[in-house]
Design a protein around this ligand. Structure first.
Ligand code: BGC
Length: 247
């Protein structure tokens, strides 16, 4: 089944039709700058634009940097607070007149990695960590997702981990990779002692530079870079739509 996968982020909205059975993009993706302020209406307009760009009439899967329960956004990270409490499925399906599935963006990236990327054919407990503007997490037992884990908000050295160890913090503070790796390593140690995962998968914008910081990590757990890089959010949103269709 082909699904239009959409990854809504604080700085860009990316979309492409995806073959949700094999995770392959069926057309080149589009990238549209996130409107500022990133209000529900402004983002819905952008989603309508993406639908028009692909002349799309099938199902849509959409990742949002929010805790999403039963289609309702419960938090809003790097997007307008007006999202909180909003029925996102209702908004986007009314505006597009199409069938819409919505989930957390890190959960979407995780689903893609577990189905078609670094976590394919693995079992046990896997923690996918996406390091970009924020720190997102997706927790899996075998292939089953425990949604909305929000472990980027754990406290580390008395502060929210995301404010210490995201990729954005590295850029803001102009940290070298060894300097940033120390922070990220502390964070992974915390996750390791709380969850005892069998595998970490590191995604988000930082994953393309994994060779520059993996050598400094001292955790015992097996660790892999995400295989699908920037397309993981789009592909995973399509997987979620397929799963909902089947469920
Ligand atoms: C948010 C998560 C999101 C992550 C990555 C965090 O700030 O709380 O919901 O998955 O950023 O975008």
């Amino acid at each position: 089944m082909n699904v239009l996968g959409i990854d809504i982020g604080g700085s860009a909205i990316k979309a492409a039709p995806v073959n949700s059975l094999n995770g392959v993009l069926a057309a080149e993706r589009v990238r549209i700058a996130t409107p500022q302020p990133a209000t529900p209406d402004a983002i819905a307009d952008t989603v309508v634009k993406a639908v028009g760009h692909f002349n799309w009439s099938g199902p849509i899967g959409c990742g949002l940097p929010s805790v999403v329960r039963n289609g309702i956004a419960c938090t809003a990270a790097n997007i307008d607070p007006a999202w909180i409490g909003l029925d996102v499925v209702e908004l986007l399906s009314t505006r597009t007149r199409l069938d819409v599935t919505v989930l957390n963006d890190a959960d979407a990236a995780g689903l893609a990695e577990m189905h078609f990327g670094a976590g394919k054919n693995t079992s046990g407990t896997t923690l996918v960590v996406t390091a970009g503007t924020g720190l997102g997490t997706a927790l899996f037992r075998d292939n089953t997702l425990v949604p909305n884990t929000e472990l980027g908000h754990l406290y580390l050295h008395g502060r929210i981990a995301e404010q210490i160890a995201s990729a954005a913090v590295r850029t803001e503070l102009n940290l070298s990779y060894p300097e940033w790796a120390k922070r990220f390593d502390d964070y992974l140690h915390r996750l390791e002692e709380l969850f005892w995962p069998d595998l970490f998968i590191i995604g988000g914008e930082i994953s393309k530079d994994h060779a520059q910081f993996f050598p400094y990590l001292t955790i015992k757990t097996r660790i892999l870079p995400a295989a699908l890089r920037n397309d993981a959010g789009i592909i995973g949103a399509a997987v979620a739509a397929l799963q909902r269709g089947q469920g």
